[in-house]
Ligand binder design. Structure first.
Ligand SMILES: Nc1nc2c(ncn2[C@@H]2O[C@H](COP(=O)(O)OP(=O)(O)OP(=O)(O)O)[C@@H](O)[C@H]2O)c(=O)[nH]1
Length: 442
C-alpha cells in the first residue's frame, strides 16, 4: 500500500514539474517574440538604401504647421497611394474615412461697441505692386528677342550639322560660326571636339538628331546646373533680420540703373521691401533715373548730393535698409571704365565701406552683350576688384553676339544670372542654360 502511495506521489510531482517547465518555457518564448517584434519596429525607420530623389524644400519659419496629411495636397491622381502617404483614400473615392481634425477653439461673440472709437485718419492707400510677368513669360520673350543671335549661331550650325558627313571645310565653318558668335577660342575648340566625337559615335543622320546633339553640347558648355539664384532675400544674423545687399557695377551705359530698377520691380512685386542706393554720384541724372524707378515700383531711395562720396551714399543706403528691416538693398554704382585705375579703386572702396556694416551678398556685373570680346576684358578687371558673383547680360535683344555668355562664364567661373532683353520694365529674365540654347536653336 505504502509503495503504491509513494509511486503516486512521485507521479504527481513529475507531472507538476513538467507543467512548471512548460509554463516557464512558454513565457520565455512569448517574451522573446515580443522583444524581437519591438526590435523590428525600432529598426524599420532606418530604411537603409533609401535615397532621396530631390532636395529638401525649405520655407520661412513662423507659419502655422500644416496638417500632417492634408488630403487635398496628396499627389496621387490615379487613386494609388504615393511614397510617404498612409493608406490614403483615393482622390476619386465617394467618401473619405474619418480624419482627426483640430477644431477651432470657441471664440466669444464680438460685443457691440460701447462708444465709437476716435477717428484715425485713413492711411494713404499702399501703391499696388505692378504686375510682373512670370519667368516662363520672360523666356518666351527671350525666344522672340534672340532672333538675331539665332540666325548667326543656331541656324547656321544646324544647317551645317544637319547636312550629313562633314568634311574639314565644313568643320572649319562650324568653328567660324562659333567664333563669330563670340564663344571664344577655347570654348569653340571644346565644343567642336565634342560635336565631332559625338556626331560619328551616335551616327547622327537627321536634322532632329543634329539639333538634339547640338542642344546637349551647348547646354553642357553653359553649365546647366550652375547656381543662378540672385542673393537678394534677407537672412538672419544673431537673431536679427538683415537685408540682402546687392551691388550693381559695370562700365558706362551698360544698363546698371535700368537693371537695378527692373530687379527692384520684381522684388517688390513679390512683396519684398527694397531700398535703392543711388551711389552713382557723378551724374545727377542717374540718381534721378533711380528715383523715378523707386517711385514706379514702390521702393525707397537713398541718394546723396551730386559729387558726394559714392561709398558714403552706399553706406547710408545699407544703414537705412538695416534700420528699416528691408528685405534687400540694391546699390547702383556709377559707370566706370575698367581701364581707369582710380575709378576701379573707388569701386573697391564702395564695397569695403559697405562691408563695415553688412556683408555684400551679391555683386552683379552688368555687361552689354553688344560689346562682344570687350565685355570679357571688363569682366576680368571688375572681378579682380570687387569679386563679382553674378553677371547680368543686357541688350541681348539687339545683338548677334549672345555667345559671350559662354566665354564669360567659362573664363571667370561666374554664372550669368540675368539677361536684359529690352528697355521696358519687364525686360529682365532669369538666365536658364537649356532655355537659352533652345532659343538659339529654335
Ligand atoms: N535694348 C536694350 N536696352 C537696354 C537694356 N538695358 C538697358 N538698356 C538701355 O541702355 C541705356 C543705358 O542704360 P542705363 O541703365 O542708364 O545704363 P547705366 O549703366 O546705368 O549708365 P551709366 O550710369 O551712365 O553708366 C538706356 O537707354 C537703357 O534703356 C536692354 O536689356 N536692352
Amino acid at each position: 500500500m505504502a509503495i503504491v502511495s509513494d509511486t503516486l506521489m512521485w507521479i504527481v510531482i513529475a507531472v507538476a514539474a513538467v507543467v512548471v517547465v512548460a509554463l516557464v518555457a512558454g513565457l520565455i518564448v512569448a517574451r522573446n517574440r515580443r522583444i524581437s517584434l519591438e526590435r523590428e519596429r525600432e529598426e524599420k525607420p532606418k530604411a537603409g538604401r533609401y535615397q532621396a530623389g530631390g532636395g529638401i524644400a525649405f520655407a520661412p519659419g513662423g507659419e502655422d504647421a500644416p496638417p500632417r496629411h492634408p488630403v487635398e495636397e496628396r499627389t496621387e491622381a490615379d487613386g494609388e497611394p504615393g511614397v510617404g502617404d498612409d493608406a490614403a483614400v483615393p482622390r476619386d473615392a465617394p467618401r473619405r474615412g474619418l480624419v482627426d481634425v483640430g477644431l477651432p477653439e470657441e471664440q466669444p461673440l464680438p460685443q457691440p461697441r460701447q462708444a465709437p472709437e476716435p477717428e484715425v485718419p485713413a492711411a494713404p492707400p499702399e501703391p499696388e505692386p505692378e504686375e510682373v510677368p512670370s519667368a516662363e513669360g520672360r523666356i518666351e520673350r527671350l525666344r522672340g528677342r534672340l532672333s538675331k543671335s539665332r540666325s548667326a549661331l543656331g541656324q547656321s550650325l544646324l544647317g551645317l550639322l544637319g547636312a550629313g558627313d562633314l568634311d574639314e571645310d565644313s568643320w572649319q565653318d562650324v568653328e567660324d560660326t562659333l567664333l563669330v558668335a563670340d564663344l571664344g577660342a577655347s570654348t569653340t575648340t571644346e565644343i567642336v571636339q565634342r560635336l565631332r566625337a559625338q556626331l560619328s559615335a551616335r551616327g547622327v543622320r537627321t536634322s532632329d538628331d543634329a539639333r538634339a546633339l547640338l542642344s546637349e553640347v551647348l547646354t553642357e558648355a553653359l553649365g546647366a546646373d550652375s547656381d543662378r539664384a540672385v542673393r537678394a532675400l534677407p537672412h538672419t544674423v544673431d537673431g536679427t533680420k538683415q537685408p540682402a545687399v546687392v551691388l550693381v557695377a559695370g562700365v558706362n551705359g551698360t544698363g546698371k540703373t535700368t537693371t537695378t530698377g527692373k530687379l527692384a520691380r520684381v522684388l517688390v512685386s513679390q512683396g519684398r521691401s527694397v531700398v535703392l542706393g543711388a551711389a552713382d554720384t557723378f551724374r545727377a541724372a542717374a540718381a534721378d533715373q533711380l528715383q523715378t524707378w523707386s517711385q514706379r515700383v514702390g521702393a525707397e531711395v537713398v541718394r546723396g548730393k551730386e559729387g558726394a562720396d559714392p561709398a558714403s551714399v552706399a553706406f547710408d543706403a545699407v544703414k537705412r535698409g538695416v534700420d528699416a528691416q528691408a528685405d534687400a538693398v540694391l546699390i547702383d554704382t556709377a559707370g566706370r571704365l575698367h581701364t581707369k585705375t582710380g575709378l576701379m579703386d573707388e569701386l573697391g572702396k564702395v564695397k569695403r565701406v559697405v562691408e563695415k556694416q553688412a556683408k555684400v551678398d551679391e555683386v552683379l556685373l552688368v555687361l552689354d552683350a553688344t560689346t562682344g570680346q570687350n565685355g570679357l576684358a571688363q569682366a576680368r578687371v571688375f572681378s579682380e576688384v570687387i569679386d563679382v558673383t553674378g553677371i547680368v547680360l543686357t541688350k541681348l535683344d539687339g545683338t548677334a553676339k549672345g555667345g559671350i555668355v559662354f566665354q564669360v562664364q567659362r573664363e571667370l567661373g561666374v554664372p550669368v544670372k540675368l539677361v536684359g532683353l529690352g528697355e521696358g520694365p519687364d525686360d529682365l529674365a532669369p538666365f536658364e542654360a537649356a532655355a537659352f540654347v533652345d532659343a538659339l536653336l529654335d
